[in-house]
Every structure is written in C-alpha cells, then in structure tokens.
Design a binder for this molecule. Structure first.
Ligand code: T4K
Length: 377
C-alpha cells in the first residue's frame, strides 16, 4: 500500500486558524484607525464582550489578553492559597498559574473515558490547606461537573474550570461556562473561536466579576484610586475586532469539523488497537481536537506519530509528557507515577490528528489510509 500513498506536498498541521476575509478585517481596522482607540476597553472590546455574553447567555464575563492571564487572575480574585487539586493531563498553563500564585498543584488521576479529572480521586487528596479544585475540560470534552461540585460542596472548596478547549461545549444543554465558580476560555489562534491571542473568564458571582475587572487593569478604579495590586490582562481592539469576525464563522466551522470527525470515526473504526474517545450521554463536545488512543498492540503511538511525519502530517501528542513529569513538578508527592496510572497510560497512547474545518475530505481520507498502512505494515 505504501507505493500508492504519497507524502503531502504541503505540511498538514494539527490545526489551522479560522480566518475571516482580509477585506473584512481591513474594514474593522479602518474603524479602529478612525477612532484612534487601540486598547483599554474600546468599542470593539465592548462589542465582543457583549456578543460573547449573549452567545453564552451570561453577563459575568471579562475579556483577557490570553487564557493564562484569565486563569491567573481568577486565582487572585478568589484569593486561593495553599493547595489546589488539579489534573496532570493538561497544557503547562494550568499548573503554572497555580505556581505563579504560590499555590501547590496537587495532581489527581484522570477518568479513562473523559480524560478529565476523576471526581472519585479528589477526596483522598483534600487537606486543611486545600482551597479549590481546578479541573480541565480537556479537548473540549466536559468534566463530570456534578460529581466535582458535590465533592467541593462537602469541603467548601472553590471550583475553577480551565475550559481553554471548550468553546461551545454543553452539559445537559447548558454552556460549560455555567458551572463552577469560574471558567476560563482561551481564544488563542489554535482554538475553534479565536482572537489570535485572547481569553475570557466567566464567574458565577457578579461581585467577583467587578473584582476581576479591577484585577485585570492594574487594580485601577479611577485616575486617582488604585484599589489592589492588579495585572495587565486587557484585550486590544485589534484582537477584539478579529474576534467579532471569527465569532460569525464559528457555527460553520463547528459543522465542518463534525464532518471531518465523522470521516475519521468511520475510517478508523475497524483498526484493532485504535480507539476514539466516546462522548458520554448528555454532553456536547466543542470539537476542539480529534484525539485517538493507540494501544501498544500492532504499532506504538510514537511509531504512528513518526510515520505520519514521513508523510508530512504533523499530529501532536497533547498532553505528553504529563505536567506531573515536568522537572518543576515531579518532586511533588502527588506527582509520583504510581498515583497517576490512568493519566500515564492515556498520555502514552494519545495522538491528536489534524483537525480543522478547512481540512478537505480527500485529505482526511488520505490521513486515515496512512494510519491503516502504518498499523498493517
Ligand atoms: N489551558 C489549556 C488546557 C490549554 O490548552 C491552553 C493553551 C491554555 C490553558 C493557555 O491558554 P492561552 O494562554 O494560550 O490562551 C498551542 C497553543 O499555543 C496553546 O494556546 C494551546 N493551549 C495548546 C494546546 O496549543 P503549541 O505549543 O502546541 O502551539 P504551536 O505553535 O505548536 O501550534 C500548533 C499548530 O497550530 C502548529 O503546528 C500550526 C498551527 N498554527 C499555530 C499558530 C500559533 C497555525 O497554523 N497558525 C498559528 O498562528 O500550543
């Protein structure tokens, strides 16, 4: 079969950003130039924040210049301290925002089906220093929010969600941003909805939203009053304007990604040793990534990863290595691999395939043929 398969002329990346027409963006830039207002909560920022509040049916939103700053600020807004229980199966930003707040991340194992924090593993890690649970809707597959909340309620802990991947994901019909005390979204260029760089924080309590707005602007109340040590978390007008345009394209992009996902699912279904995570009943995935799990049967995950590269296909091993294996965290007691068997297994098997709406049907089919070849050879 290798003879009939050829490497792609152009590299096929794990994702490509959603881009509006350059003319539409020029139109936005013309308005910004005319206003001479480039940042600090200008008209585009206000318009995007309103549009997103409307989209998520939630007024308690604050826009940020990236998701990491949004999550960092959330920790400050809730005055989290001591220890926070989180997942090792995530992007470095998740534990790093804790460290930057002088909080110790405590890693709990993940659920093998959702690949998110296992609610059954949280309770045993709670100490008198625990202030919160920080869970991640990895790949936009929602966590078991009900069980996480019930543990948190029993111990009076805050619940924060890193929903960097979860734009548009729903739980029992409700947006993921409706759950927990706060939810962060990332609007990075690699995300389904993006502003090139950007992010947002949704909070349950309007008083916390006021505090978040202060914290993201140096703690400035007015020209003469600084109320608290804040940070610069503001989204510029140029980024907000891009978001206004990409937001209009999100529904179409989601539909296109569903088509790509369907091709992958149907063409990879019959490969022994490869599985596609199933979404449980009552939740809707955001279609941020397309992860597959490769059991070490006929071929290893790393062999498929390397094999795809030979064909100019750049899949990614999100999230390998686990955060608990980074040199800055592996000395933590909770980071010991013996406590995190599922996370280690999933991290050694997972591969995120190229996944974006503009990926043509014949390209997806060819990627599947290459995977078939790599498994059979
Ligand atoms: N929490 C979680 C769970 C996250 O996944 C992330 C970010 C965060 C928090 C933090 O949110 P932000 O502070 O970023 O808002 C990328 C993104 O940079 C990162 O935002 C994202 N997660 C992560 C999962 O993916 P890399 O290092 O893999 O990106 P990079 O540059 O290798 O890009 C991946 C592929 O995307 C490239 O091979 C090609 C394509 N690409 C990328 C960019 C930047 C483009 O086609 N155009 C582009 O402009 O981290």
């Amino acid at each position: 079969m290798a003879g009939t398969l050829q490497a792609f002329d152009e590299p096929i990346y794990v994702t490509r950003p959603l881009l509006p027409s350059i003319d539409d963006y020029k139109g936005q830039l013309q308005e910004i130039w005319q206003s001479q207002w480039l940042t600090n909560v200008g008209a585009k920022h206000v318009a995007l924040q309103d549009a997103l509040a409307n989209f998520f049916e939630n007024e308690n939103i604050a826009l940020f210049n990236n998701g990491t700053t949004a999550l960092f600020t959330a920790c400050r807004a809730f005055r989290l301290s001591g220890e926070v229980i989180t997942t090792p199966f995530t992007f470095p930003a998740t534990p790093h925002v804790l460290s930057w707040n002088h909080i110790t991340p405590v890693f709990a194992d993940i659920d093998p089906l959702t690949m998110t924090l296992d609610p059954g593993k949280i309770e045993q890690l709670i100490t008198d220093r625990t202030s919160a649970i920080l869970a991640v809707h990895a790949y936009g597959i929602p966590c078991d929010v009900e069980r996480i909340q019930s543990v948190a309620d029993r111990y009076s802990l805050r619940v924060l969600y890193d929903a960097a991947h979860a734009f548009g994901a729903r739980i029992e019909g409700r947006p993921v941003t409706d759950f927990g005390d706060a939810t962060m979204l990332s609007f990075h260029a690699t995300k389904l909805f993006h502003t090139a760089e950007g992010g947002a924080l949704f909070v349950r309590d309007p008083l916390v939203k006021d505090r978040v707005d202060l914290l993201k602007n140096f703690g400035i109340k007015d020209e003469l009053t600084v109320l608290m040590p804040g940070i610069n978390g503001k989204l510029s007008e140029l980024h907000a304007a891009l978001g206004l345009l990409t937001l209009k394209m999100v529904a179409g992009e989601r539909k296109n990604r569903q088509v790509v996902a369907e091709i992958y699912r149907s063409r990879l279904a019959d490969i022994d040793g490869i599985s596609v995570p199933n979404i449980r009943c009552g939740v809707e995935n955001s279609y941020q990534n397309f992860p597959i799990l490769i059991e070490d049967k006929h071929v290893t995950r790393d062999e498929v990863f390397e094999g795809l590269r030979q064909f100019n296909v750049f899949s990614r091993k999100y999230f390998y290595p686990l955060c608990s294996d980074y040199s800055c965290y592996r000395m933590l007691p909770s980071a010991h691999p013996s406590y995190l068997p599922i996370a280690h297994k999933v991290a050694s098997q997972v591969l995120c395939l190229p996944f974006y709406g503009a990926l043509k049907e014949d390209i997806v089919t060819r990627i599947c043929d290459i995977i078939h070849y790599l498994v059979d050879k």
